[in-house]
Design a protein around this ligand. Structure first.
Ligand code: PLP
Length: 375
């Protein structure tokens, strides 16, 4: 099998699996308990928190662990919007966990405004300036698109928002950026930043939200007062400790991995063919390549590729029951192309050979399917 769906999830690193076994087995103690073995677990949790903080360029007391990035994003929207009267700005290219959170606020009467990404999937300062004004209360913009890999300049966008509306809260979904591109949150200037473990070799069911020091965030989940009252619930000790271990390993591997060169090599397989469109030729992490085939259906191409041993994604918003792809639509991709989209995504473990081979299998499947793809 050639696995090219790393934006959906990554294979867990052995360190993450070992942590889960260790903290479910021999070191199973509740980190909130007072006896010595539990204190050792609490200490290990503190070290993991410091490690994740360091990877984000943050301080330990700015990290809140959650059950996933979907929770982190919901938390940001439910508890990060301080000025209920102000308007809320999100991009039309957000992950569903942000997009649906914004729609929920809209259904409660909030003034929610959408900024369109450009044709490459990038949110520009010009586009943002058209919707942000002095009464903007909350902005959420994805750092790296899970659909196309497009990277928006969060530092510049955050500064631009704060110059127009100094009290506005700025959140960014950094799930596909973390450990892949620079995500120093203090440098970015954001107030809130979401990350997820299973995209970087950790286990599923662990996420985190960076909450800037001094930002008085009320809890979303209340109860036993864990994590200094910011998110109750007994911590997923093995998952969190494994997240920190996996993320450090992933970041080291990513530093030695030329994702952009790999993406370029895969793009070369598709370039020059009629009826094939690459979605996103602007700033990109290099880890995701979205390709569309005119007049075809992405899921059929993906099934044909699977029969040949290649696993690819369709893009998160393009699940089997949602026919049209919202994010590609927002970028101006015609429906004719958008419905025939495939998402190919890499990890530092992906080799050029397997990625190029996988791309050839996909192209061949598209050619067999219809006469719209030629050349
Ligand atoms: N945000 C982005 C950009 C994602 O790609 C994902 C995962 O697909 C999420 C949020 C949700 O992450 P999780 O699976 O941890 O809930």
């Amino acid at each position: 099998m050639i696995y090219l769906d790393n934006a959906a999830t990554t294979k867990a690193s052995q360190a993450a699996i070992d942590s889960m076994i260790k903290y479910a087995g021999e070191d199973f103690y509740n980190p909130s308990a007072g006896y010595a073995p539990a204190l050792a677990v609490k200490k290990a949790l503190g070290k993991a928190t410091a490690d994740i903080a360091e990877l984000l360029g943050a301080d330990s007391d700015e990290i809140v662990f959650t059950s996933c990035a979907t929770e982190s994003n919901n938390f940001a929207f439910e508890c990060g919007v301080k000025n209920k009267k102000g308007n809320i700005v999100v991009s039309a290219g957000e992950h569903a966990s942000v997009y649906e959170s914004a729609l929920r606020l809209k259904s409660r009467g909030a003034d929610v405004r959408f900024v369109m990404p450009d044709g490459n999937g990038v949110v520009t300062a010009e586009a943002l300036a058209q919707v942000v004004d002095g009464s903007t209360a909350f902005v959420s913009l994805i750092h790296c698109s899970n659909e196309t890999g497009a990277v928006s300049d969060i530092k510049a966008l955050c500064a631009a928002v704060k110059s127009v509306s100094p009290k506005a809260v700025f959140h960014s979904d950094g799930v596909q950026a973390f450990c892949k591109i620079p995500t120093d949150v203090h440098d970015l200037g954001v107030d809130l930043y979401s990350v997820s473990a299973h995209k970087v070799g950790g286990l599923k069911g662990v996420g985190a939200l960076y909450v800037r020091k001094g930002f008085n965030m009320q809890p979303f989940i209340v109860g036993g007062g864990q994590q200094n009252g910011r998110r109750s619930g007994t911590e997923n000790t093995g998952g969190i400790i494994g997240f920190a271990e996996a993320a450090k390993i992933y970041k080291n591997k990513a530093a030695a991995f030329d994702a952009k060169a790999l993406r370029e090599a895969v793009m070369n397989v598709f370039d020059g063919h009629d009826g094939v469109r690459i979605n996103g030729r602007g700033a990109n992490s290099g880890y995701i390549l979205s390709v569309s085939f005119k007049g075809l259906r992405g899921e059929i191409i993906a099934h044909m590729a699977e029969d040949e041993g290649v696993l690819v994604g369709l893009g998160s918003a393009c699940s089997t029951h949602i026919k049209s792809n919202r994010v590609l639509g927002a970028m101006g991709v015609d429906r004719d192309y958008a419905e025939g989209s495939i998402r190919i995504s890499f990890s530092p473990d992906t080799t050029k050979e397997e990625a190029v081979k996988g791309a050839r299998v996909i192209l061949e499947a598209a050619r067999r399917l219809g006469d719209t793809v030629n050349g």
